[in-house]
Design a protein. Structure first.
Length: 208
């Protein structure tokens, strides 16, 4: 009976959700609808959907001066959220962000009056800040309540802009607002090892 319990507990641990199981509160965060559906846009003429991406078949690109945004509900401001996304620096395509052009992702935490309480941001990233020809992970885990009180939703914004001049494009994919808890691999391994140890002790005791 002890052996069965230990095995069942170990299976439960392995079945616990991982980051891959997480639910994104954004709709079309990876642009897999092949469009900007569910995204509000400013200067949308300067954007395009690429037929390639970090995951799936699509990503979003913007030039010169443009932005897009989407709201997500924060049900518990004390619960950590994973926010942000991935930015590609297209040096091979001669479209690196340069000469004052930059890309950014930001999360505007807001209250019920739609006032910004606090903001998380990647900052304004040029090609010099990004790894060439690669998807740059620009995600973070934050607690909304650390930005202020009364937060009940967040607006995630991606933007390409410039300081009066500049060229290149910002390419974005897998944008997210994820409020599902993400178990730490080390914690799972420790718990699993503990269960195996308990089973070993019980087995040794049964032989005496």
């Amino acid at each position: 009976m002890g052996k069965l319990i230990a095995v069942l507990l170990f299976v439960v641990v392995l079945a616990m959700p991982t980051q891959a199981d997480a639910a994104n509160l954004l709709s079309n965060g990876g642009f897999e609808l092949g469009s900007f559906s569910n995204w509000g846009q400013w200067n949308g003429a300067n954007t395009a959907i690429n037929s390639w991406g970090r995951t799936g078949n699509y990503s979003a690109a913007g030039w010169w001066a443009t932005s897009a945004w989407q709201d997500a509900v924060i049900t518990d401001a004390n619960e950590s959220v994973k926010i942000g996304g991935y930015i590609y620096d297209d040096v091979a395509g001669n479209e690196s962000l340069r000469n004052g052009g930059y890309a950014s992702i930001r999360a505007e935490f807001k209250n019920s009056a739609n006032n910004i309480v606090g903001t998380w941001t990647t900052g304004n990233l040029t090609g010099a800040d990004l790894t060439d020809n690669a998807w740059n992970d620009k995600t973070a885990i934050v607690t909304p309540s650390s930005y202020g009180v009364g937060i009940d939703h967040v607006t995630l914004v991606w933007e390409v802009n410039n300081s009066g001049s500049g060229d290149g494009r910002g390419i974005f994919d897998d944008l997210m607002v994820d409020t599902q808890p993400i178990p730490e691999p080390a914690s799972l391994l420790l718990l699993g090892s503990g269960l195996i140890g308990i089973f070993g002790i019980r087995k040794k005791s049964s032989k005496k």
